[in-house]
Ligand binder design. Structure first.
Ligand SMILES: C[C@](O)(CO)[C@H](O)COP(=O)(O)OP(=O)(O)OC[C@H]1O[C@@H](n2ccc(N)nc2=O)[C@H](O)[C@@H]1O
Ligand SMILES: Nc1ncnc2c1ncn2[C@@H]1O[C@H](COP(=O)(O)OP(=O)(O)OP(=O)(O)O)[C@@H](O)[C@H]1O
Length: 275
């Protein structure tokens, strides 16, 4: 690369996450609705040998070691760059931080490796960067038609959860998928009514491992969320609110009651620029 490239790495939210089976290699079959938020990490790439520098409020939760997904993404692409990762998202929190960072590095490099899912199950959907249905073990990604605007509050209790541990704690692995054909999700009422009938099958096992997740969900509900659910393998939970003002008010209220939690109000991210 010859120029400086800055790419947002938006937080991923699983509005619904149905675990429908398990493959012989242990990976789980998923059926999920995924969206991306304005809140996120930022990667900046400048010309130079491969390196990584960490900044931002959650930089201390990570090492700039060769396993960092930013460096693994650049190596998979066979490219060099001096990478700065502004880590604004809590680490190991169910909102795809590492996968979002890897996808942002690939976008900045304009690289299209054959198997991005080898970096992480969430990398293909993070590369799409638009609202999607995600199936298979994460490699089948279908962009959704028009989706109603969303006004979210994300809440993380400040404790990380290991994704494999949460999957291991599942008691049922053959839960029903989403309907084959999704209804029209273009109005807030239709989207909310559909999502109310959906689930995150990882929510119960995650709460069993980290009961404070139930407090995050209750705090979102008490602050007026129309729907409160956990994202991914947790521990981050999201609430859906009527408008941006209501989301901002709820975030202020929850943040004031729980100053040790990470709480942000956010809308949907714009689609990534085509490389
Ligand atoms: C649960 C989700 O957050 C839903 O979006 C993702 O599928 C997880 O994506 P990720 O963090 O990128 O996951 P990976 O780093 O590929 O996998 C971490 C671990 O999660 C488990 N895993 C992940 C994805 C999947 N479909 N089945 C699994 O069982 C496996 O134990 C795997 O070793
Ligand atoms: N750039 C990165 N950002 C975050 N975590 C990283 C990164 N690179 C490697 N990791 C490792 O990946 C693990 C999972 O972190 P990540 O934040 O991606 O999880 P997550 O938000 O639960 O992801 P998902 O929603 O995809 O399950 C961390 O424990 C961390 O050690």
């Amino acid at each position: 690369m010859r120029t400086i490239r800055q790419e947002p790495a938006p937080a991923k939210v699983n509005l619904a996450l149905h675990v429908t089976g398990q493959r012989a290699d242990g990976y789980h079959l998923l059926d999920s609705l995924v969206v991306f938020c304005d809140a996120g990490d930022v990667v900046t790439l400048t010309p130079g040998p491969l390196s990584l520098r960490l900044t931002g409020p959650f930089a201390q939760g990570l090492e700039a070691d060769p396993d960092n997904l930013c460096l693994r993404a650049a190596r998979l692409a066979g490219r060099e760059a001096a990478i700065t990762l502004e880590k604004n998202l809590p680490v190991a929190s169910g909102i795809g931080g590492g996968s979002a960072d890897a996808a942002a590095v690939l976008r900045a490099l304009d690289a299209h490796p054959a198997h991005p899912e080898t970096l992480g199950a969430d990398v293909p959907v993070c590369l799409a960067g638009v609202p999607c249905r995600m199936q298979g073990v994460g490699e089948i990604v279908t962009p959704l038609p028009a989706l109603a605007p969303l006004h979210l509050v994300l809440v993380n209790p400040g404790m990380g959860l290991s994704t494999p541990e949460v999957f291991r704690a599942l008691t049922r692995r053959d839960n029903p998928p989403l309907p084959d054909r999704l209804p029209d999700l273009g109005t807030p009422e239709a989207l909310l009514s559909f999502l109310t009938d959906c689930r995150n099958d990882l929510e119960a096992p995650a709460i069993a491992l980290l009961p404070v997740i139930a407090d995050c969900l209750a705090a979102l509900q008490d602050a007026g969320a129309r729907l409160a659910r956990m994202s991914g393998s947790g521990a981050t939970c999201f609430g859906l609110f009527a408008d941006p003002q209501d989301a901002a008010r709820a975030a202020r209220e929850i943040g004031a009651t729980h100053p040790d939690w990470w709480v942000v109000a956010t809308g949907l991210a714009p689609a990534p620029a085509k490389g």
